[in-house]
Design a protein around this ligand. Structure first.
Ligand SMILES: Cc1cc2nc3c(=O)[nH]c(=O)nc-3n(C[C@H](O)[C@H](O)[C@H](O)COP(=O)(O)O)c2cc1C
Length: 230
């Protein structure tokens, strides 16, 4: 049988090409990292500099007397069981409602909901009906008795497990009982296209729209797929 010389050589060439490419990419990354180094100085007022973060609309109360409080001090704190936290100043009208009912719903904020989100963060439910003022719709939740916000693409129903007084804020640690998502963002494979919902975030006093996708989980180590043969 004839040896396929050409093919063997090609394969060798491809291998050395790819290791050369890897070397080049590595040295480019090193060069790039060097240009990113900055001189940092201690800031005068150390404080909460952990940004960007979500600014969420937390609904609480009952269907008859619902309220919304905007919360930026929130986060995911456990995967299994799914748990989240919100930190609320004791003087907020919503604080006692959440403490007494042991329930709240985290509703994510989109670009179109930012104005309502801000309003719910500067007005108190003691003085105004925030649902009526923002034209948001309270809708029954699935697992808790406080309403969700119909206009939000993601509503996370939570049951308080613990309250920890930290100082200015009390942190409510809660278990996620149910999550409802806007069905129009569920694709044909049943996946929720969270990043198509136009979510907004909050950074150092400003609301920002999310920008373009610049990577996805694990992309830094993922091998590139070989180009498809035509
Ligand atoms: C962007 C933003 C984020 C906020 N984050 C929090 C927070 O994490 N915790 C808190 O207690 N108050 C926070 N506030 C303030 C409350 O939302 C605000 O005092 C609100 O009027 C309280 O409503 P209530 O009295 O109806 O409960 C935030 C306000 C804004 C605008």
């Amino acid at each position: 049988m004839k040896k396929k010389k050409g093919k063997t050589n090609n394969r060798k060439a491809t291998r050395s090409d790819s290791s050369g490419k890897a070397e080049k990419a590595k040295s480019e990354a090193t060069r790039e990292a060097k240009t990113l180094r900055r001189e940092k100085v201690p800031f005068d007022k150390p404080g909460n500099f952990l940004y960007p973060i979500p600014a969420v609309m937390v609904s609480c109360g009952t269907m008859e007397k619902p309220n919304i409080i905007t919360i930026a001090w929130t986060g995911t704190i456990c995967s299994d069981p799914a748990m989240v936290s919100i930190s609320v100043r004791p003087e907020r009208y919503s604080h006692d409602i959440i403490q007494e009912s042991g329930e709240f719903v985290i509703n994510l904020t989109t670009r179109k909901l930012v104005r309502a989100c801000d309003y719910c963060g500067v007005k108190s439910g003691r003085d105004v009906d925030k649902f009526a003022e923002t034209h948001l719709t309270p809708e029954p939740s699935h697992e808790v008795s406080c309403p969700s916000i119909a206009e939000s693409p993601v509503s996370i129903e939570c049951k308080v497990k613990q309250m920890i007084s930290l100082g200015s804020h009390d942190m409510f640690i809660a278990e996620v009982l149910s999550v409802s998502v806007d069905s129009s963002y569920i694709d044909s494979k049943g996946r929720f296209m969270m990043n198509k919902t136009d979510l907004a975030c909050y950074s150092h006093g400003d609301y920002l729209a999310l920008g373009k996708k610049i990577g996805s989980f694990g992309f830094s180590v993922r091998k590139k797929r070989p180009a498809k043969r035509r």
